[in-house]
Design a protein around this ligand. Structure first.
Ligand SMILES: Nc1ncnc2c1ncn2[C@@H]1O[C@H](COP(=O)(O)OP(=O)(O)O)[C@@H](O)[C@H]1O
Ligand SMILES: [Mg+2]
Length: 428
């Protein structure tokens, strides 16, 4: 095994499960031969930025698609290949990558571009980390481009997180405004297709751009993506059928390659923690639950205690009742009794309604308006998009809410038929 021990057996890896775990890290950029089912997308992105390799002006492009559809990967992959090809043609080309979920203001994004360019060159001037504005960072960017490069591909990932779109205008007008002679190609990436509409309002025609849409992966593509990374594990550790199951679970949920890889990794961790010699389908199932609970916890991490209690109330009604959907009023009643249980002052029914709407926005629940007939008026019915068990577990991770009943507890008290209000006080 090609383990790096530095020649000292003391540092030999004794990991019984993983061989090259880094293959399962989110930021890992696989080789071309490990990229699956994105040939058309690679071609399309290359068609937009590829002119750079011939010394011609590139097009800007916006890529839309749900998380885990390979947008970041394909953008980086094509940009790097364009850079290499340009280099071979004697064109100095830079690739700049900005994660706008972190660098979420124009100042932060331009600072990162400037620092990134400085890193790639022998630029002598000091670039201050704070105390200066956007304009100064642009000066450095134009200066370095002018001195060192003929062309640059700028990837603005998760661009919808940026507080304004001025950077798009600045980059697309730079040549025209004689800031630099370098050709600039922008690849903008957004997980939200809705961003498309606001983009048109935010920018003018100077940011002329093409649009690409990446679709979720199907089970067979997810299978292949994971098979290509099997060597993350020691030989014969993955039992037959585990990758298939993992792909099926991820395809059913969101067609999200990141989720699929995360589940696989988590399953390996679970196996290692419990001292198992192989990763079985049971570990995949369990890992999928852990991943789902993590996801919900992440989604609700910024939510108030009341939003969490509202979610919990809906989940517990579903567990103890015999329906999948409940009216706001029904959720509210349960919410109030849970508030008593954890000694929390309840908010009003209208307040709770707004909390539920907020959760609907996050994609944890779906709310549907139902006509109650002419005289009764209409009302909202709420349903969970995920297994109520996961909500209960995620909510109970909040240390101030540990006092709410566990999933098993709710199950034991679930009436087999009918739908009466469960006496929650009896749980404690
Ligand atoms: N077509 C693919 N082939 C191989 N691995 C992929 C593919 N698409 C995505 N991945 C992997 O899945 C994870 C998520 O992909 P990413 O590009 O970050 O998705 P997005 O940016 O659309 O959210 C990454 O680890 C990436 O390497
Ligand atoms: Mg991404």
């Amino acid at each position: 095994m090609a383990e790096q021990t530095g020649g000292d057996p003391l540092f030999e890896s004794h990991d019984p499960i993983f061989n090259r775990k880094e293959l399962l890290h989110v930021g890992h950029v696989p080789n071309e031969d490990r990229i699956v089912g994105r040939d058309d997308e690679i071609q399309s992105v290359a068609a937009e930025v590829g002119a750079i390799t011939r010394g011609d002006p590139p097009n800007n492009v916006m890529i839309y698609g749900k998380t885990g559809t390979g947008k970041s990967l394909i953008s980086r992959h094509v940009a790097t290949r364009a850079q290499d090809a340009a280099q071979r043609n004697g064109i100095d080309c830079a690739v700049l990558y900005v994660d706008c979920s972190e660098a979420n203001t124009e100042t932060r994004a331009t600072r990162q571009l400037a620092l990134n360019l400085k890193d790639q060159t022998g630029y002598q001037q000091n670039i201050p980390l704070r105390g200066v504005g956007t304009m100064e960072y642009y000066q450095h960017i134009w200066g370095i481009l002018e001195d060192c490069f003929d062309a640059v591909v700028v990837i603005l990932d998760e661009i919808d997180k940026l507080d304004n779109s001025n950077i798009l205008m600045q980059l697309s007008r730079a040549r025209e405004a004689q800031k630099t002679d370098a050709y600039i190609g922008v690849i903008g990436i957004s997980n939200k297709v809705q961003y498309r509409e606001t983009l048109d309002e935010r920018i003018d025609s100077s940011f002329g751009h093409r649009e690409l849409f990446f679709h979720p992966y199907d089970a067979s593509q997810l299978r292949e993506i994971m098979r290509n990374r099997q060597d993350a594990f020691q030989p014969d550790i993955l039992e037959d059928g585990t990758i298939e199951l993992c792909a099926a679970l991820a395809a059913k949920k969101h067609g999200d390659a990141r989720k699929a890889i995360e589940i696989l990794k988590e399953a390996g961790e679970l196996a290692r923690r419990t001292g198992s010699e192989t990763v079985s389908e049971n570990y995949i199932q369990e890992a999928q639950e852990v991943a789902e609970i993590n996801r919900i916890e992440e989604l609700t991490s910024g939510a108030t205690v009341h939003a969490k209690l509202a979610l919990y109330a809906l989940a517990s009604r579903i567990i103890t009742g015999d329906r999948e959907t409940y009216k706001t009023r029904e959720v509210y009643k349960r919410y109030v009794s849970i508030c008593e249980l954890v000694a929390n002052d309840p908010i009003t029914e209208n307040g709770l309604y707004r909390q539920l709407k907020e959760q609907a926005f996050l994609g944890v629940i779906e709310s549907e308006k139902t006509g109650g007939g002419r005289s009764q008026g209409s009302y909202l019915l709420h349903r969970l998009v995920t297994d109520p068990k996961h909500i209960v577990k995620a909510v109970r991770r909040d240390s101030s809410l540990e006092g709410v009943p566990t999933y098993d507890h709710l199950r034991e008290n679930s009436p087999s038929a009918g739908e009466r209000e469960v006496d929650l006080a009896s749980f404690s």
